[in-house]
Write a protein that binds this ligand. Structure first.
Ligand code: SME
Length: 138
């Protein structure tokens, strides 16, 4: 319906802004819990298309955040065993969960082509972004 389109358009605008303004944010997207299933479904994103539009809970960095409810900062993706590669150019990743009514309903996922680029400032900033997204979705 029309209101869902508006939400997706807003989420896409957030992705576009982040990818454009922050040089080391090279792929920016949202994953959300897929209905009642224990899996994530890709939402709006900016960057190279990915085959990983569905990610089971527990799989990859994203799937781990779906069950841990914690931020996951990966300075070097090549050092991770439980990692789903989307592009050979990606060197680092950050995933921040989104909570609505204390439920982990999804996440923002950012890939970087720069090694070890993410600091506590990225985590704090992206938590702020996710809190605003949560308010929009609530
Ligand atoms: N690398 C992620 C998969 C999603 S892509 O980065 C877009 C992961 O390991 O969960």
């Amino acid at each position: 319906n029309a209101s869902e389109k508006t939400v997706d358009a807003r989420l896409l605008a957030i992705c576009s802004l982040l990818e454009k303004e922050i040089a080391y944010y090279n792929w920016v997207g949202f994953y959300f819990k897929n209905g009642d299933k224990d899996e994530l479904k890709l939402g709006p994103y900016v960057g190279a298309p990915t085959d990983h539009t569905i990610i089971p809970f527990g799989k990859g960095i994203c799937g781990q955040v779906a069950v841990s409810n914690k931020n996951f900062v990966v300075p070097d993706v090549s050092a991770q065993d439980n990692y789903i590669a989307c592009s050979i150019h990606v060197k680092a990743e950050i995933v921040i969960p989104i909570f609505v009514n204390n439920q982990n309903i999804g996440q923002i996922d950012i890939d970087s082509n720069t090694a070890d680029p993410f600091t506590q400032a990225d985590e704090t900033f992206l938590e702020f972004v996710c809190q605003n997204v949560a308010t929009m979705l609530a």
